[in-house]
Structure formats: C-alpha cells, structure tokens
Write a protein that binds this ligand. Sequence first.
Ligand code: HEC
Length: 117
Amino acid sequence: MFFSWRYTKIIFVVALFFSRFSFAAVSADDGKAYALAKQNACLGCHAMNKKIVGPSFQSVAQKYKSDSNAQTFLKAKVVKGGAGSWGVVPMPANAKLSDAELSLLVSWILRGAPSEN
Ligand code: HEC
C-alpha cells in the first residue's frame, strides 16, 4: 500500500480544519450583513423568503444567479433606488452606505441571504 491509514487520517483532519475555518468566515459575514440590513431598514421592505414591499432576497438571488454583472448592478441600484426590475413600486435611495457595506450586503443577498434568524 502506498498510502497508510495514518496519512489518510492526517489528510482528513487537515481538510476538516480548513472546511470549518471557511464555514466560520462565511457565517461571520452573514451575521454582519444581516445586522447591516436590519440597521438600514432593508428588512422593513425585504424578507429572506417572502415579498413584503420589495422582492424577497431569495428571489433576488434567483433572478440574478447567472448574471455576472449582478454585483455591480445591484450595488448601484441599492444606492440610487428606483423601480423597474420587479414592478412599479420604487425602492428609496440608500445613499449613506459605504462601498464596503454595499459589497457585503449585495454579495450576501446574491448568496440567498442566509441567516440563523
Ligand atoms: C421602502 C422599502 C424599501 C427599503 C427600505 C429597501 N428596499 Fe430594496 N427594494 C424595494 C422595492 C420596492 C424593490 C423593487 C424595485 C424594482 O422593481 O426595481 C427593491 C429592490 C431591491 C433589490 C433588487 C433590485 C433589482 O433591480 O432587482 C435589492 C438587491 C434590494 N432592494 C436591496 C435592498 C437593500 C440592501 C436595502 C437596505 C439598504 C433595501 N433594499 C431597502 C423596497 C425597499
């Protein structure tokens, strides 16, 4: 045998370590994005999985899932607000968000807005 059980175990432990590590990083971002959405009243009009005034974040993720320009387009849209993608009801502008906050929010929305809540 070329690979002993011992090596297999080491590889397994290393793989497990990295997968846990990356999970932790993703959920920390999810938590931050959720808090930001709450602070900025996004959640007054948007829910994860049902339409309120605006579309659910999961439908947004679905709509743009094969659109490679979605991140840029949606960052600009959230800042400026406006209507037309989902209907005639406009979203108000959210001009006070920083570029970093917008990136965090939009990439979270495009992942389907995962949250523990
Ligand atoms: C007053 C209600 C309201 C608030 C507050 C609001 N939205 Fe919206 N949002 C809407 C409506 C209505 C639409 C649909 C606009 C359209 O049809 O183009 C929308 C659309 C969106 C879209 C999809 C845009 C598109 O063109 O497909 C994203 C992403 C989004 N909102 C994110 C956010 C984020 C992030 C916040 C908080 C910073 C936020 N919204 C706050 C009402 C709101």
